[in-house]
Design a protein around this ligand. Structure first.
Ligand SMILES: Cc1cc2nc3c(=O)[nH]c(=O)nc-3n(C[C@H](O)[C@H](O)[C@H](O)COP(=O)(O)OP(=O)(O)OC[C@H]3O[C@@H](n4cnc5c(N)ncnc54)[C@H](O)[C@@H]3O)c2cc1C
Ligand code: SF4
Length: 523
């Protein structure tokens, strides 16, 4: 049977983009299907008040790049659009510590730290990783904190996917021997998470996807895959039919056929799709689909300065520095660009206590203790300029399971270890120290503060690696147990807690998987 494509890739984030380029280089005919929109630099919103272009919630006619998914134990932040999470992420590309490579369901399959080393180098090179050349106010605030707690030596500038040429100057492709697009030097506007309007952020559409397209890969946007079924043989050796529908317009449906399929929809895309397919078109999928879901044990605290001489914390790149507070823990100051103050509407003061009533009483206490500070944080002008977001992450391990919900697309249940908590004492301690410096109050997402469920931008797992189908969904080369020519290449393959921002690892592990796919035979 003549199939339309060699490979169809579902989703265009980090794993999907790596797959698109490497498969195209190996001579395969590739189609990438992406449910989000295809943004040009000028299409990104100027601030996050432009909800139509910032948030993704097609049911409310919002077609932006940033999605929030509310689950029982955690609120998940993720990216949508051609380029996936790279459009909204904060560009930070740390390499995890040794623990990541030696723990979790993949630990016994390989000497990952040494095997992946060359692929981390390739990932850094492809994403144009460079050390942030200039620390701005929120970085200096954390540097000051580092000094206070005796950790100055553990503070450093981040490695980020940003082009730091002359600010605002356009140059021919500086990365890929002229085969890539023109780039423009970063102007340090701090708006990386609402989308870079200056052509300086190395999003995936400016490297992997751009190069894949030059080699013939096709990308269709605004289409969501809802079914994958085998053609002929039950193990997929005869190929697959991939059904998709419009994700934003009328419910028009279409399908294509391919020899292979790569699931790259990110955890909140791939895991519910695999769970649905296991119950319908792809019954051979492992029972481990949806298991081993991890976060980075993050805490996000927002501190708004009420100092009348407040510095401008919105300038710089989204995450310009990192403080390693101990072996397992890291703190990064995060910023939105000037005018992006919608986050204020989603946050409230937070008190760490496991009982909701005490949390509410604690917030009242904050009000009576310093009413003017309380009001100033709520009604502050220039909110983005006055606010530093503290992203705290830990390597400590615990897992959840994602299941199909009865009334919702997904629900989580607790699996191993303590459930993720919005109340990490070390994070609050650091938050209070920073708040004291800028005369602020620690705020958190309303779900963290009211329900005690943490917010994560780093959801991982759900289709993890293992030696066999009883413990995992994919093998050490990302191949799905039970099916031929089917891989998972995205955050759901991550099989241990990296403890740091995961995109570089997703890129490196996808590069590793692609290196095991043979060049297309042309006889
Ligand atoms: C605000 C924010 C800041 C972040 N900052 C950082 C950072 O500084 N450093 C870092 O390392 N990480 C960061 N992250 C996390 C990072 O963005 C993710 O870990 C990463 O994007 C995950 O990559 P992925 O390959 O799993 O897929 P994703 O990048 O999530 O891409 C998946 C894509 O698939 C599409 N898709 C899903 N389902 C379907 C379907 N059925 N059909 C068609 N398309 C589909 C989605 O629309 C999406 O575009 C941040 C995340 C957020 C939200
Ligand atoms: S700081 Fe501004 S110019 Fe630089 S990468 Fe971020 S959004 Fe682009």
């Amino acid at each position: 049977m003549n199939l339309d494509y060699d490979y169809v890739i579902i989703g265009s984030g980090f794993g999907g983009s790596v797959s698109a380029l490497r498969l195209s280089e190996k001579g395969y005919k590739v189609l990438v299907i992406e449910k989000g929109k295809w943004f040009k630099d000028k299409d990104f919103p100027k601030t996050n008040w432009n909800l139509k272009k910032w948030l993704w919630e097609p049911r409310a006619n919002l077609h932006g790049i940033f999605k929030m998914t509310f689950l029982n134990h955690v609120t998940v932040l993720s990216g949508v659009g051609v380029g996936g999470g790279s459009l909204t992420y904060a560009n930070t590309l740390p390499i995890p510590k040794t623990d990541f490579f030696k723990t979790g369901s993949w630990a016994s399959l390989s000497d990952w730290e040494s095997d992946l080393k060359p692929f981390y180098s390739t990932a850094h090179k492809m994403l144009g990783a460079a050390t942030n050349p200039k620390l701005y106010e929120s970085d200096l605030l954390i540097k000051d904190l580092a000094k206070d707690i005796g950790k100055e030596a553990h503070f450093e500038a981040t490695k980020v996917a940003v082009y730091f040429g002359e600010a605002g100057k356009k140059v021919p492709d500086p990365y890929f021997n002229g085969k890539g697009p023109d780039r423009t030097g970063c102007v340090f506007c701090g708006a990386c998470m609402t989308g870079c309007r200056y052509n300086a952020k190395n999003t995936l559409d400016k490297n992997y996807l751009y190069l894949a397209q030059q080699l013939g890969a096709e990308i269709i946007a605004e289409k969501e895959v809802f079914d994958v079924s085998v053609i002929g043989n039950k193990d997929g050796s005869g190929g697959y039919k991939i059904d998709y529908k419009s994700s934003i317009g009328r419910n028009s449906k279409a399908s294509v056929t391919a020899k292979g399929v790569i699931f790259s929809g990110g955890v909140v895309g791939t895991v519910p799709l695999l769970l649905k397919l296991k119950a319908s078109s792809l019954p051979n999928l492992s029972d481990a689909v949806g298991k081993n879901i991890r976060t980075n044990n993050e805490s996000l605290l927002l501190i708004t300065s009420t100092d009348k001489n407040s510095k401008d914390y919105s300038k710089g790149i989204a995450i310009g520095s990192i403080l390693h507070t101990d072996e397992n823990s890291h703190l990064e100051p995060v910023r939105y660009g000037e005018g992006s103050s919608f986050t204020k509407a989603m946050t409230m003061p937070t008190i760490h206590n496991k009982f909701a009533l005490f949390r509410l009483l604690g917030i009242l206490g904050l009000f009576f203790k310093a009413p003017s500070r309380f009001f100033k944080t709520i009604f502050s002008k220039n909110y983005a300029q006055r606010t530093t977001i503290l992203l705290f992450m830990q390597t400590l391990d615990s897992t959840l399971q994602i299941k199909l919900g009865k009334f919702t697309k997904m629900k989580t249940v607790k699996e191993s270890g303590p459930k993720p908590s919005a109340f990490i004492p070390e994070a609050m301690e650091l938050g209070k120290k920073v708040a004291k410096k800028v005369k602020g109050i620690p705020y958190a997402n309303f779900t963290d503060a009211l329900l005690g469920t943490p917010t994560t931008a780093h959801i991982l797992g759900g289709a993890v690696m293992a030696e066999d189908t009883s413990k995992g969904v994919i093998d050490k080369h990302n191949k799905v147990f039970g099916y031929k020519n089917m891989l998972v290449c995205d955050g759901s393959m991550i099989s241990a807690n990296p403890g740091v921002n995961p995109s570089l690892s997703i890129t490196a592990i996808s590069e590793h998987a692609m290196s095991y796919i043979e060049i297309k035979k042309t006889y």
